[in-house]
Design a protein around this ligand. Structure first.
Ligand code: DGP
Length: 114
């Protein structure tokens, strides 16, 4: 399987504050946080971008959403609310080609986003 900076974090080869993990996904704090809580929820299976989601791999994407309420509860912003965002491609400034859900919580979010 392809290696990414996120597979290296999940393998313990690059340090990160991992707040949740199971056999399908891991969540760790973003190195450049944009909110008091800024997590990246990442499937262990490498899917480069949202454009690469298929019927064969969409189960891994679903696991992100199964983990999300557990993470929000654990970090204390399940009821106050949070924003969950995927960046895809150049216009969205996707930097890491391994899909990841940005989860931002702990402050009031503005809308529309930048
Ligand atoms: P995106 O632009 O959507 O591809 O977001 C990639 C995010 O990954 C960005 O907010 C910064 C974060 N990031 C990049 N490298 C590392 C790293 O080595 N550790 C952690 N914790 N986060 C990283």
């Amino acid at each position: 399987m392809a290696e990414t900076i996120f597979t290296k974090i999940m393998a313990g080869e690059i340090p990160a504050e991992i707040v949740y993990q199971d056999e399908h996904v891991a969540a760790f704090r973003d190195i450049n946080p944009k909110a008091p809580h800024h997590l990246l929820v990442v499937p262990r299976k490498v899917i480069p971008t949202l454009n690469d989601v298929t019927a064969e791999n969409s189960g891994s994407v679903a696991k992100i959403f199964e983990a999300l309420p557990k993470i929000a509860e654990q970090l204390g912003f399940k009821e106050s609310g949070y924003r969950a965002v995927f960046n895809c491609g150049p216009d969205a400034h996707q930097e890491v080609m391994h899909i990841h859900l940005h989860v931002l919580g702990g402050r009031d979010m503005t809308w529309p986003p930048g």
